[in-house]
Design a protein around this ligand. Sequence first.
Ligand SMILES: Nc1ncnc2c1ncn2[C@@H]1O[C@H](COP(=O)(O)OP(=O)(O)OP(=O)(O)O)[C@@H](O)[C@H]1O
Ligand SMILES: [Mg+2]
Length: 253
Amino acid sequence: MTRVIAITGKGGTGKTAVAALLIRYLSKKGKFLLAVDADADTNLPETLGCEDVKTVGEVKEYLQAEITKPKPDNPDMNKESILKSKVYEIIEEMPGYDLLVMGRPEGSGCYCYVNNLLRGIMDKLITNYDVVIIDAEAGLEHFSRKIIRDIDDLIVVTDASRRGFRTAERIRELVEELDSNIGRIHVIANKVTDANREELIKLAEDLKLNMIGMIPLDPKIEEMDIKGIPLFKIPDDSIAAVEIESIVKKLGF
Ligand SMILES: Nc1ncnc2c1ncn2[C@@H]1O[C@H](COP(=O)(O)OP(=O)(O)OP(=O)(O)O)[C@@H](O)[C@H]1O
Ligand SMILES: [Mg+2]
């Protein structure tokens, strides 16, 4: 069975960093993994050290253009198989995992048809993997939900701010209210320091948030960020990488 994990939260809290750390850890543990960048503002490939990736958005634009061509130029093409082969073509095979980048949302016009085809293709594609990690957008991952139906674990990342925790609370309430296809919801506090740790634990309790980890503010991440070194290359003994190990265990791996 494939385990689908999506990561969301307020902007700038560290969603992409958490996604990259999870991808790094789980792929090292030998999980067959698909990493999905579902943020329109694509950042995950760079964080993983992967450049010049093609996006599903480009493939969709291509197919949309084909579909809307006048009939004589558009004989019986099998649209699903074209889309499928194009999506499989752009999957980037990285050492230890595969990467699929969604890219920018579609242009104007009705993409329902293409999106429906894509959903079917994604449903089949993800069954090939042990784990799918989705770096979603801030908020309630609208774009990714259009494409991937069922999410086993939604991880909401917050930084050490009340606003980040309030966003996490709103997302939890929304997930509970909607008849959503989300199995479980967890919160990770990121950029935690000794000075704010206790306060954050209390805040999570007050807001009834299921906090599965607290990733410290890691000078190594800051240093790598400034130097432009992909976070994927973080050393095993860095404080953030160590905490990820404990989070993965709490997720039941
Ligand atoms: N634990 C940490 N320690 C130090 N710096 C961190 C940590 N986590 C993330 N950062 C830094 O914080 C910044 C924002 O992180 P990131 O890009 O992962 O956030 P995001 O939530 O994905 O942002 P966006 O909403 O723009 O997608 C980056 O510069 C990243 O290197
Ligand atoms: Mg991001």
